[in-house]
Design a protein around this ligand. Structure first.
Ligand SMILES: Nc1ncnc2c1ncn2[C@@H]1O[C@H](COP(=O)(O)OP(=O)(O)OP(=O)(O)O)[C@@H](O)[C@H]1O
Ligand SMILES: [Mg+2]
Length: 237
């Protein structure tokens, strides 16, 4: 008999259709893209949907934000219950407010401590360059990332690891992190003439079937919406 799997809904309208229901539970998914492509918004929606709609606590680690700026960002895209979910403890934010008062290795342990205490089921690291500050040497950083992913997996936490893409579609270099994670989602901008459109592309998802199609997406009130049945005009034949 086929095993029933409760895929983890992304909370991003249309994205679960591409993913055949959502993300395989416990996966670590790399979300990469250039500046302004929607990575942070995708991460906020993922944590928000888990907390609001699925009773799953979430931890968002956003080192470049403060608690206040992150709350304001969530509010500005229409995630209206963000603050009340934070108050209830359903969403936990670890931002510069936290990291500014800890030493670096200690704050990694701090993440583990908060994960244990809050029983989070979803986690977002935005961006994963966090690890670069702690581990300037590539080999140390990769070792740590692997260890970190292993811990998340053991705890059954589904995570989004946000990464700044160092290239523009279709010339995006492959990075080791793409191999180390279970899934890769690419958000990018595509140009045709002087028009630029947002695109959503899942390139890898271990243990699950998904659509490999590049589809358009938009950002508006409520955050990102993916259009699974549409063809990006800039990429049409
Ligand atoms: N309230 C809003 N309404 C419509 N679009 C918005 C709104 N807020 C942000 N955006 C769009 O989202 C983009 C930023 O998205 P996001 O912060 O997720 O990008 P990012 O990929 O995380 O970028 P970076 O790598 O610079 O952090 C903005 O450039 C803007 O186009
Ligand atoms: Mg961002």
């Amino acid at each position: 008999m086929a095993q029933h799997i409760d895929y983890v809904s992304t909370g991003v309208p249309g994205a679960d259709t591409i993913l055949n229901g959502g993300i395989y539970p416990g996966s670590a998914v790399l979300v990469s893209g250039p500046p302004g492509s929607g990575k942070s918004i995708f991460g906020m929606q993922f944590v928000y949907a888990g907390a609001r709609d699925h009773g799953e606590g979430g931890l968002i680690v956003a080192i470049e934000e403060t608690d206040r700026s992150l709350s304001e960002y969530a509010g500005s895209i229409g995630l209206e219950a963000w603050d009340s979910l934070v108050e209830k403890g359903a969403i936990t934010m670890m931002t510069d407010d936290y990291f500014a008062r800890t030493d670096l290795p200690g704050s990694l342990e701090g993440i583990m401590e908060v994960l244990g205490r809050t029983e989070a089921r979803r986690m977002v690291i935005d961006p994963m360059n966090l690890f670069k500050y702690y581990f300037p040497q590539d080999v140390d950083r990769r070792r740590y990332l692997l260890k970190f992913i292993r811990i998340l997996k053991r705890r059954g936490i589904t995570s989004l690891i946000i990464s700044e893409a160092m290239g523009v579609f279709p010339n995006m270099p492959l990075t080791e992190e793409m191999y180390m994670t279970d899934g890769n989602i690419s958000l990018f901008l595509s140009r045709s003439g002087n028009n630029v459109e947002r695109c959503f592309w899942v390139t890898k998802m271990r243990r699950q079937a998904f659509s490999m199609k590049i589809v358009p997406m938009g950002i508006g009130r409520g955050g990102i919406e993916v259009f699974p049945d549409a063809v990006p005009y800039s990429l049409g034949e």
